[in-house]
Design a protein around this ligand. Structure first.
Ligand code: HEC
Length: 152
């Protein structure tokens, strides 16, 4: 044992190019795996924060709709009794849903007939998120209000 110094073994490995490059490769691959893991972790953190960031505005639009619009349009745009007396259209109906975002934006911002204007209360991005919410109300015709106050 003593006749064979350990240095010779190291020396043998050290001189053996293929092995040392395989070792290098393992080290590099290891670093890449760590790097990839870090990327995955960073990615999920970013996705998570984006999701919560998205949930914020949607929740905000829902809250706004409940406090500012549901008096006339009811919780999901079907129209309240007050709304019926003012002739509100069912926001879920094709009559409203076929309007472009720009048209709905203009109406919410500047009002129309008995519909009050909200341009002074909400920013343009806030109005856009309310429109997204109104789009989410759209339901198959079978589920829409049969109240009969939606315009033909
Ligand atoms: C005082 C009752 C009232 C309130 C509050 C109200 N609306 Fe209206 N809304 C109306 C009436 C009435 C109409 C129908 C206007 C018309 O066509 O003459 C209408 C129409 C609409 C339309 C359909 C426009 C169209 O012709 O396609 C949208 C969209 C709408 N309202 C969104 C909103 C939103 C969003 C809010 C809250 C920010 C809101 N409304 C609050 C009464 C109201």
């Amino acid at each position: 044992m003593r006749g064979e110094p350990p240095a010779r073994h190291f020396g043998a490995f050290g001189r053996d190019k293929p092995i040392s490059s395989v070792q290098d490769l393992i080290v590099i691959t290891g670093k890449k795996i760590v790097g990839a893991l870090l990327l995955v972790i960073a990615g999920s953190v970013i996705c998570y924060s984006q999701q919560t960031a998205l949930r914020g505005p949607v929740a905000e639009a829902e809250k706004t709709f409940q406090t500012r619009c549901s008096t006339c349009h009811a919780e999901h745009g079907e129209g309240s009794e007050v709304g019926a007396s003012l002739n509100v259209p069912d926001l879920r109906s094709p009559f409203v849903q076929k309007s472009s975002d720009a048209q709905l934006h203009q109406i919410i911002k500047n009002g129309k007939g008995n519909m009050p204007m909200f341009g002074r209360d909400f920013s343009d991005p806030q109005i856009d998120r309310i429109i997204e919410l109104i789009r989410s109300f759209a339901a198959p015709p079978s589920q829409q209000s049969q109240a009969g106050f939606a315009p033909q």
